[in-house]
Design a protein around this ligand. Structure first.
Ligand code: NAI
Ligand code: AKG
Length: 369
């Protein structure tokens, strides 16, 4: 497909190339109808530029929807750095990225995503004010995976409520893919509630750490499975907390879980996989609804951090998801279609208001500099 066709629905795509620091990155700004774009920065050893571009485009579009659904006055954007987070990180690389972000003059704010940590952005912040999710000692709101994990737990509760008429989480079995910043915390909460788990991670240290934590909690109902075996285990809910695209023709074929609720961005390889899940009677919690906790926290920083506001907005994930499930059921559509319609209607309303009043004066609020 032609490059411009591919980016047709995006407002702007910035290619960052700095041979002096080794930075190769793509910043994708999808839509700024609601406000300046925001979205974390992922670092991954993409095999090709095409893979990286596709990821940036899909992730930034997801951020637009996530902002609408979470009632956050931002638009959707995302950065991907092509590189290995274990070997290729340097302070200079992140300072260079900071300069590119700064060149966008407040059109885009970034922070962490898979493969990056708040500490990386302490370097980037030396070059730009447009950084969120910094460590608390640098004036940020700290680890955004905490509210993200809380949001996933609210999502699991709403799903259990819909399927079983009770939002209890402790009497069920969950299969968790990925025990990183979010997946580990979700696993911990489920174990504390008394649940049984199947877990997998390509990082064996993460698995060891969870087994150790399970011992401390006193719940040893953790079974470790390898790789793709996670899809076929008998679980009440599959909880994807690693990569996107994991819900596809192959995995839907073998999935035994009755529901999917996880933090991974872009879990469905394609939106038509939402229909396939519906056909198979697997209740899918749209990823961008349940994983909004981190976004809620980092965007809140721009008003001055306030933990109570973050907790209140993260809790709202529970009712939003119940409403999306109800609408999907009433209209006989997939849950992702139900969530998309909910967001697209809101964007349309805002677009009309923007063109009526003077849209170019955004942002209306006083952003901290
Ligand atoms: N951190 C946050 O606040 C948010 C994270 N997300 C999404 O949630 C997902 C997880 O994010 P984090 O926990 O922050 O990332 P992370 O990088 O801390 O953890 C990801 C974990 O998945 C594991 N993993 C990678 N490939 C795997 C595979 N094929 N099979 C099993 N495990 C695999 C990694 O070893 C790592 O332990 C990502 O898709 C991210 O975009 C979404 C919203 C906010
Ligand atoms: O906006 C951010 O910096 C963090 C949130 C994010 O990237 C996400 O929810 O995927």
């Amino acid at each position: 497909m032609d490059f411009f066709q591919k980016i047709y629905n995006h407002e702007q795509v910035v290619i960052c190339n700095d041979p002096k620091t080794g930075l190769k990155a793509i910043i994708a700004i999808h839509n700024t109808t609601l406000g300046p774009a925001t979205g974390g920065c992922r670092m991954y050893p993409y095999q090709t530029f095409e893979h990286a571009l596709n990821d940036a485009l899909r992730l930034s579009k997801g951020m637009t929807y996530k902002c609408v659904a979470a009632d956050v006055d931002f638009g959707g954007g995302k950065t991907v750095i092509i590189g290995d987070p274990v070997k290729d990180k340097t302070p200079e690389l992140f300072r260079s990225l900071g300069q590119y972000i700064d060149s966008l003059n407040g059109r885009y704010y970034t922070g962490t995503d898979m493969g990056t940590t708040p500490e990386d952005f302490v370097h980037a912040m030396k070059e730009t004010n447009c950084i969120v999710g910094l460590p608390e000692e640098y004036g940020g709101s700290g680890d955004s995976s905490i509210p993200t994990a809380q949001g996933v737990i609210y999502g699991i509760r709403a799903t259990n409520e819909t399927l079983y008429g009770s939002n209890e989480i402790g009497d069920k079995t969950y299969s968790i893919q990925g025990l990183g910043k979010v997946g580990f915390k979700v696993a911990e909460t489920l174990l504390e509630a008394g649940a049984s788990l199947y877990v997998t991670d390509i990082n064996l240290e993460a698995i060891d750490a969870l087994l150790k934590r399970a011992k401390e909690i006193g719940n040893l109902s953790v079974k470790v499975v390898s790789g793709n075996d996670i899809y076929a285990v008998e679980a009440d809910a599959f909880v994807p907390c690693a990569l996107g695209g994991v819900i596809n023709d192959d995995t839907i074929e073998v999935l035994k879980a009755k529901a999917i609720v996880g933090s991974a961005n872009n879990q469905l390889l394609d939106d038509n996989h939402g229909d396939l899940l519906k056909k198979k009677n697997i209740l899918y919690a749209p990823d961008y609804i349940v994983n909004a906790g981190g976004l809620i926290q980092v965007s809140d920083e721009l008003y001055g951090p306030n933990k109570n506001r973050v907790i209140r907005k993260t809790k709202a994930i529970y009712n939003s998801l119940l409403e999306i499930y109800r609408n999907a059921d009433n209209k006989n559509i997939s849950t992702i279609e139900s969530a998309n319609q909910f967001c697209e209607q809101k964007i349309e309303v805002r677009k009309n208001r923007n063109s009526f009043f003077s849209h170019h004066k955004r942002p209306k609020w006083e952003i901290r500099h």
